[in-house]
Unconditional design. Structure first.
Length: 56
């Protein structure tokens, strides 16, 4: 059985642009509040999800 396509270069690029803009504004809003900045790679992995496989 063929794998179901997941995402695309165009949509992933747009998502990265949107989250980058949001995080920039969020960081600016909280810059004088004592919060620390931590970076998390929310797009880590292969971006491939085999059909029928459950995520743990």
């Amino acid at each position: 059985m063929a794998q179901k396509p997941f995402g695309s270069t165009e949509t992933t690029g747009r998502k990265l642009d949107v989250i980058g803009e949001y995080l920039s504004m969020y960081q600016k809003a909280l810059s004088n509040t004592g919060f620390r900045t931590l970076y998390i790679d929310g797009f880590a992995g292969t971006s491939e999800i085999p059909v029928g496989e459950r995520l743990a």
